[in-house]
Design a binder for this molecule. Structure first.
Ligand SMILES: [Zn+2]
Ligand SMILES: [Zn+2]
Ligand SMILES: [Zn+2]
Ligand SMILES: [Zn+2]
Length: 145
């Protein structure tokens, strides 16, 4: 027996040819009972994971784009921020691109390192550009050794 659509209201009763497998739950579905273009079935749980994945992928694509633009601008001596007329001044502590003083900010953070001997609070600061700001949370995270 070949593969049957598993996503019809009554599973396995659907006779349509299977066109895709859901990337999240692994169920096979026909053209009618799933999103072929998304490789995702119609269950709300799978769709929400799909949406989250797509948001992450879009964010990554945007970051790559900004990196490429910034690199070109830095090559000619300009701040990485698109359309900024200023020269470069400081390096972003995360992506290492160069920005003018308006387009970077210094952030203070502290985290706790836990070792077998006890815990120590470590304080630091980092200069970040707008693109890298979400990564500040990574610097604040406690560390375990
Ligand atoms: Zn699914
Ligand atoms: Zn079906
Ligand atoms: Zn950056
Ligand atoms: Zn700038």
């Amino acid at each position: 027996m070949g593969l049957r659509c598993e996503k019809s209201p009554v599973p396995f009763l659907c006779r349509e040819p299977v066109v895709e497998q859901c990337a999240y739950c692994g169920k096979h579905f026909c053209m009618q009972h799933g999103h072929f273009d998304k490789a995702c079935c119609k269950s709300p749980a799978c769709l929400s994971v799909y949406k989250r994945d797509r948001a992450i992928a879009e964010r990554r694509r945007w970051e790559d784009e900004r990196q490429a633009i910034g690199q070109e601008r830095n090559n000619i001596g300009l701040c990485s921020q698109p359309e900024c007329p200023n020269g470069m001044y400081v390096t972003c502590g995360h992506c290492e691109q160069l920005y003018c003083s308006l387009h970077l900010k210094r952030y203070n953070f502290s985290f706790v390192t836990h070792t077998r001997r006890g815990s120590t609070r470590v304080k630091g600061d980092i200069v970040l550009c707008e693109v890298c700001l979400p990564y500040l949370d990574d610097y604040k995270r406690d560390r375990y050794e």
